[in-house]
Design a protein around this ligand. Structure first.
Ligand code: NAG
Ligand code: NAG
Ligand code: NAG
Ligand code: NAG
Ligand code: NAG
Ligand code: NAG
Ligand code: NAG
Ligand code: NAG
Ligand code: NAG
Ligand code: NAG
Ligand code: NAG
Ligand code: NAG
Ligand code: CU
Length: 573
């Protein structure tokens, strides 16, 4: 197959008309984890995929549907799949993070994920949740509104998914495993991708390596943007076009116009693109993504691109370079002011139909520092992290160690002894100027500690970035819930002055939010979903270093407030 023909197929598959879906149905999917050879940047390598597709297949359902996915593991690696952003109400056994809610699915085994989508509609995504396998095992989740329920915005002519990803020429499993051994930071990626393709501007890439979005003049397109990259927040822009943000993390937002989007790993954003009414025939515009990064280390500082092409037919551009390619202006790689400005524009729709049910009375308050740290070198100073130590990361100085069995099983069957303890610190263990001069001792504590919450606890959580090894934005992702982002700011959180400025009326509701680089964010959620819920940085290297923890939400008194027993095929460790 010619590369041109392959990109033509990609155009078709991302734009295919959505099937007519009835309500209240069960959607059955089968995910076969298997290898596939793919060529990018002139290198052919074998990658892990679902059903031999890269990026992976679309999961489409309606709000209220039951989703049943049989995952079969045909590869040597252990695998589990997470349905990122799906609330999993009383279905925690289907959430997917390895060693948190399940043991991994081992070679030759299978597991059926069974959950219902309740009170959510929009774009989410699924991805592998073990080690760095999500680098290639990911795909979109599209939740349509119930039948007859319109979008609270203009009906789009067509819908298009844009999956942003990260490409490594090397083997990502070898890269992270070596980094954890030596203590050094892992190698950075070689390219970013849009729908699996890097675009024409890399060494050894051409126009046939660009995802091409064919549009017609004067129409409205719904772009479902997903950041599935491993380690990078991304800026996104389409040259000469303004877009309207209408949804984030499968909740509707008050629409606003912008030329540039900031999207962290783990976030989704739906955009309306109104195409030009009288463009030159066949005119093309670049779609570009580039990282936002304020850390001290090196990062993949490349720009990936796709092509917006005005046409009346779906002809591919072929190998000829299009005649108009002007890159869209993007903020500088460390433009924290832009990020603060952009994220402050995201507000819940907060209408009668889509209310913002922000917890107004708080039962429990938590203050968590998030950031990097170090671990002593076990082999006498030969480590390659800061000053001969190993890189680590933590929440309240606890670097979370994964247990060798799943937390949810240990909790449910009351076998927590030797698996986890319930003394996760409510506040930082020692105070320092979190965004000023770091303490002399930056060593973290390795442990598996959780917070236990009674059913229906309303929680306020302040996440504070630290300057240890450099200030950095940490996109924190909470499983099992959405939270409301009631406040954010720079420097250290002030528990007296800052709460008076909280937005309790229309704060954005999401499952992942970037803790501002050198700042803090305050979120609220109601712990009304019994189970064990992971919370972690969605920058994969930080998660590998331990920037993760778990909440246990106890059963309530009523029968419909309890976690049911596990399915019989739940994998064993
Ligand atoms: C990938 O390519 C290698 C070398 O050409 C080949 O041995 C292998 O069977 C291929 N794998 C798949 C899944 O096609
Ligand atoms: C999925 O779970 C529901 C209960 O929530 C059950 O009725 C159904 O049989 C399950 N389906 C499969 C395929 O396990
Ligand atoms: C695109 O925007 C640039 C400025 O950024 C402008 O010079 C150019 O004329 C515009 N092109 C079209 C086709 O609108
Ligand atoms: C636009 O592209 C199509 C397909 O490649 C071609 O047939 C047509 O002549 C082009 N039109 C113009 C005005 O360049
Ligand atoms: C990243 O690339 C941009 C150009 O795309 C350049 O201006 C900037 O200096 C680079 N930053 C780093 C840290 O390499
Ligand atoms: C961004 O990086 C540039 C070059 O490294 C530096 O001069 C500038 O001060 C930085 N800006 C911010 C806001 O940190
Ligand atoms: C925020 O962005 C808008 C454009 O989207 C701009 O007009 C405004 O000046 C920016 N505000 C700040 C404080 O940078
Ligand atoms: C390494 O140690 C020196 C002094 O021993 C100190 O000045 C420096 O900040 C340390 N560097 C890091 C990255 O911790
Ligand atoms: C913390 O450090 C920052 C940055 O150096 C400084 O601006 C601020 O005044 C310090 N805060 C306190 C309370 O010392
Ligand atoms: C850190 O070390 C410096 C120099 O050794 C010392 O002056 C300072 O008091 C120490 N700071 C803390 C918080 O221990
Ligand atoms: C903590 O765990 C990490 C990751 O397994 C390991 O590299 C590090 O050496 C451990 N630190 C201590 C103090 O045991
Ligand atoms: C797969 O998971 C099982 C259960 O946790 C573990 O015993 C085994 O070592 C893992 N295998 C690999 C290849 O990681
Ligand atoms: Cu992080």
């Amino acid at each position: 197959m010619s590369p041109t023909f392959i990109s033509f197929l990609l155009v078709i598959s991302a734009m295919i008309a959505l099937p007519e879906l009835a309500a209240g149905a069960t959607r059955h999917y089968k995910f076969d984890i298997k290898l596939k050879n793919v060529t990018r940047l002139c290198k052919t390598k074998s990658i892990l995929t679902v059903n031999g597709e890269f990026p992976g297949p679309r999961l489409v359902a309606r709000e209220g549907d039951q989703v049943v996915v049989k995952v079969v593991n045909h590869v040597k690696n252990n695998v589990s799949i997470h349905w990122h952003g799906v609330k999993q109400i009383r279905s925690g056994w289907a959430d997917g993070p390895s060693y948190i809610t399940q043991c991994p699915i081992q070679t030759g085994q299978s597991y059926v994920y069974n959950f219902t989508i309740v009170g959510q509609r929009g774009t989410l995504f699924w991805h592998a949740h073990i080690s760095w396998l999500r680098v290639s095992i990911y795909g979109p989740i599209i939740i349509l509104p119930k039948p007859g329920v319109p979008y609270p915005f203009e009906k789009p002519y067509k819908e298009v998914t844009l999956l942003l990803g990260e490409w490594f020429n090397g083997d990502p499993e070898a890269i992270i495993s070596q980094a954890l051994q030596t203590g050094a930071a892992p190698n950075i990626s070689d390219a970013f991708t849009i729908n699996g393709l890097p675009g024409p501007f890399y060494n050894c890439s051409s126009i046939s390596d660009a995802y091409q979005l064919n549009v017609q003049p004067g129409k409205t397109y719904l772009l479902r943007l997903i950041n599935a990259a491993l380690n990078d927040d991304l800026f996104f822009s389409i040259a000469n076009h303004t877009v309207t943000v209408v949804e984030s993390d499968a909740t509707y937002v008050k629409p606003f116009h912008t030329n540039i989007i900031l999207i962290t790993p783990g976030q989704t954003t739906n955009l309306l693109l109104r195409t030009k009414t009288s463009p030159y025939p066949n005119s093309t515009f670049l779609i570009a993504i580039r990282p936002y990064n304020t850390g001290l280390g090196t990062f993949d500082n490349t720009t990936a691109s796709a092509i917006l092409h005005y046409s009346t037919t779906v002809q591919p551009l072929g190998r000829r370079l299009p005649f108009l390619i002007i890159p869209p202006p993007l903020p500088s790689f460390n433009d924290t002011a832009f990020v603060a400005n952009y994220t402050s524009k995201l507000r819940s729709l907060a209408t009668n139909q889509y209310p913002a049910n922000v917890p107004l009375y708080i039962d429990r308050r938590f203050y968590f520092t998030v950031g990097l740290g170090t671990s002593p070198c076990p082999n006498n100073g030969s480590c390659q992290g800061p000053n001969g130590t190993k890189f680590a990361a933590s929440v309240n100085n606890v670097s979370f160690e994964l247990p060798s069995t799943a937390l949810l099983q240990a909790y449910f069957f009351r076998r927590s002894e030797g698996v986890y303890t319930t003394d996760f610190p409510v506040n930082p263990p020692f105070a320092f100027n979190y965004t000023g001069t770091p303490p002399n001792d930056t060593f973290v504590v390795n442990a598996t500690k959780v917070v236990v919450l009674k059913y229906n606890t309303s929680v306020e959580l302040v996440l504070q970035d630290t300057s240890i090894q450099g200030i950095e934005s940490h996109p924190l992702h909470l499983h099992g819930f959405n939270f409301f982002v009631v406040g954010q700011g720079t420097g250290n959180y002030d528990p007296v002055k800052d709460p008076v400025k909280f937005n309790l009326r229309d704060p954005v509701e999401r499952n992942t939010f970037g803790v501002p680089s050198g700042g803090w964010v305050a979120v609220r959620f109601l712990a009304d979903n019994p189970g064990v819920w992971f919370m972690h940085c969605h920058i994969e290297v930080h998660m590998s270093w331990g920037l993760r923890m778990a909440w246990i939400v106890l059963d309530g008194d009523l029968p419909n407030q309890k976690l049911p027993p596990p399915p019989l095929d739940l994998p064993k460790c």
